[in-house]
Write a protein that binds this ligand. Structure first.
Ligand code: ZN
Length: 280
């Protein structure tokens, strides 16, 4: 991978992208998934009979890999058609993985059209760019609009909101969440500067960030960054308390002690007393 400076900072791009976007796509043999082209095209044309297949096919194959905790906007975004192609390719390979594991695909609860590989694809990729409800949909879904309003009352004390966290660990793609234990919670607190956020939108931005693969500590900082950006304030405090990681509680060590707490803060929240006063 090479690093390229853009006006939004440093962007990592694959060597194939260095010499211009379109030149390398002239030969289909360069396509990473070229062996599936005909198979994918047939399914694509059922859904999009009037759309040229080759452009989204090229778009998908040229899309750079990006971190499991990022959104596709980090590599320039994706079209709805290319996302559909990705789902076909993913489902195909999940089917192969099931066969590799000797899972009988004649079982009607697993195989068949729209069987388990299809359902898993949906769970990991979302059903489109406006689907924000799946376990990894935050990698693909459009960034939610974060409504903000002028801080007319000049409010300078913290606004605090409880949110739910649904995420998966990047090590096992197993869920971790605030929803598995009574006393688990996540709070976001921020001190407005010029703008006040539409508070109901906080859950949506948290979902957009969380529904990807994460280490909890990185997720905590990423939520801080997004809220800080939206609120135009560095005085943000994020605390994820007592989250249960199912990769730990249900397998491996099967530990129930695994509830994990993390926090990230900046600005006025450097002051311990201020953080202490924020009650979950
Ligand atoms: Zn894990």
């Amino acid at each position: 991978m090479k690093e390229v400076k853009t006006k939004n900072g440093i962007k990592k791009i694959s060597p194939r992208k260095i010499n211009g976007l379109d030149r390398k796509v002239t030969s289909s043999s360069e396509h990473h998934f070229s062996y599936l082209k005909e198979y994918v095209e047939a399914i694509f044309l059922q859904k999009y009979p009037k759309t040229d297949f080759i452009l989204p096919w090229i778009e998908y194959n040229n899309l750079s890999d990006f971190n499991i905790s990022d959104n596709v906007e980090s590599v320039g975004g994706i079209s709805e058609e290319a996302h559909f192609i990705m789902r076909i390719v993913t489902e195909y390979h999940l089917k192969q993985a099931f066969k590799a594991m000797k899972i009988d695909m004649n079982d009607p609860n697993v195989g068949g059209e729209k069987g388990t590989p299809y359902r898993m694809t949906k769970m990991y990729c979302g059903n489109g760019l406006d689907d924000d409800s799946e376990l990894l949909s935050g990698r693909w879904s459009n960034r939610p609009n974060m409504a903000s309003f002028p801080n007319e009352n000049q409010q300078k004390f913290p606004i605090t909101k409880r949110v739910d966290i649904v995420s998966v660990c990047s090590h096992h793609v197993a869920p971790f969440s605030t929803l598995f234990r009574e006393d688990a919670y996540a709070i976001i607190s921020y001190i407005p500067d010029r703008m006040v956020l539409g508070i109901s939108k906080l859950q949506r931005i948290v979902d957009w960030v969380a529904r990807r693969g994460h280490l909890q500590e990185n997720l905590t900082k990423m939520i801080y960054d997004e809220v800080s950006k939206a609120a135009e304030s560095t005085s943000v405090f994020v605390r994820l308390s007592g989250l249960v990681h199912t990769c730990e509680s249900l397998r491996g060590t099967q530990s129930n002690e695994g509830a994990f707490t993390s926090e990230y803060y900046g600005g006025d929240f450097e002051n311990y007393e201020l953080r202490r006063d924020i009650k979950g």
